[in-house]
Design a protein around this ligand. Structure first.
Ligand code: GLY
Length: 363
């Protein structure tokens, strides 16, 4: 079994990865060492393909196990869904010796991890990511949260899983769109930390296991240095100030990867406008997003709403917007204070990208 360790002293855990891991009793044996009772949490759309076979394997072990699911979509990552799931667990007398197994994308692991953080003041959980985005980002680092009408992920906790199990076979079932959502987070990892990874991603025709592991290693390196986002972990927020505001402004109807592609474009442009990033490098990023077809037509972004949501961004200090920006491809800078005018102008220019040539950005 291949593994990658996330070193966080007593909170350390392993990411286990291999093909067909999902059908291996390794996961169940591992879970049985952690608890006596098991709650599997998943999305309704993947319940039958991924969660049910796992549930049935647990049943074969004669243990107490429950399978819970909720509707797909970021708009369902709410405190109401969390309460619903918790009440199902309480009703069936799941106590502290229970383990949550989150199987799904980032929405499932975010909400399951938050339940684990607060259920009876904290129980263990493990994650089986079934999307590329969850593999390379959401499943490691312990960020858990729910969304509110005031903004994305504003209520949550940093609470680490006991293990992550990656089965590369699930990638075969993902749509092209889903793969692109994950690629955007991989691009972010390249932009903030590793220039050569940017060029690897640019020239590769498909997302290989090696690229996934390289991306994971970048995130591993960051969170091991700054688990609680006091410093370097803020680099992982590149593109996210804008993307979270976009998602909230659209009532969470746009998936994270798509909003993040716009967030990366706009925050790269801001980096250029603030004289951190050269125009040439901005253009390389724009061309990457174009070449990989990551900028989807958004139709109806509202600049005013986006600005409004930015005012509640978690990273703001004394009411001022603080961004992570790029100094170069592979090099980022945190805590940059940006005045609202710059943000408004960058939004205005970038959101019209579908109508313009790249020359438009030179203004
Ligand atoms: N997704 C950003 C982080 O884990 O810090």
């Amino acid at each position: 079994m291949k593994k990658l360790k996330i070193n966080l002293k007593h909170k350390s855990y392993e990411i286990f990865y291999k093909k067909n891991l999902l059908h291996d009793f390794f996961i169940i044996d591992f879970c049985q060492k952690l608890a006596n009772n098991f709650v599997i949490i998943t999305h309704k759309s993947i319940k039958n393909i991924y969660a049910k076979p796992l549930f049935e394997n647990f049943l074969k072990k004669n243990v107490k196990v429950k399978l819970l699911s909720f509707e797909d979509g970021e708009e369902n990552k709410t405190i109401e869904t969390k309460t619903y799931l918790e009440e199902q667990m309480l009703k069936d007398n799941f106590t502290k010796d229970s383990l949550i197994i989150a199987i799904g994308g980032g929405i499932v692991s975010d909400i399951s991890g938050f339940i684990a953080a607060t259920y009876m003041r904290g129980i263990s959980y493990v994650i089986i990511p079934t999307t590329l985005l969850a593999m390379v980002d959401a499943s490691i680092g312990g960020k858990t949260a729910v969304n509110t009408k005031y903004g994305k992920n504003l209520i949550g906790a940093i609470y680490h899983p006991k293990a992550v199990f990656i089965d590369f076979e699930v990638l075969k079932t993902l749509s092209n769109d889903e793969m692109k959502n994950g690629l955007v987070e991989m691009l972010k990892h390249a932009l903030i930390m590793k220039a050569f990874f940017f060029y690897d991603l640019l020239k590769s025709k498909k997302i290989t296991q090696n690229l996934i592991i390289d991306s994971l290693k970048i995130k591993k390196q960051v969170i091991e240095k700054d688990e609680n986002e006091k410093s370097i972990r803020k680099k992982l927020n590149f593109g996210h100030s804008i993307s979270h505001a976009i998602e909230a402004s659209l009532n969470y109807k746009m998936v994270h990867g798509k909003a993040l592609a716009w967030g990366i474009l706009i925050e790269s442009y801001l980096s250029y406008k603030m004289n951190f990033l050269s125009y040439k490098n901005f253009e390389k990023i724009y061309n990457f997003l174009k070449q990989k077809q990551l900028l989807v037509n958004h139709g109806k972004f509202s600049k005013d709403l986006i600005i409004d949501f930015l005012k509640r961004d978690k990273k703001n200090i004394f009411g001022k917007n603080r961004f992570t920006l790029l100094k170069n491809i592979g090099k980022s800078i945190i805590n940059v204070e940006i005045i609202e005018n710059h943000i408004v102008n960058s939004l205005a220019l970038c959101l019209e990208v579908k109508h313009v040539s790249s020359n438009y950005y030179r203004s």
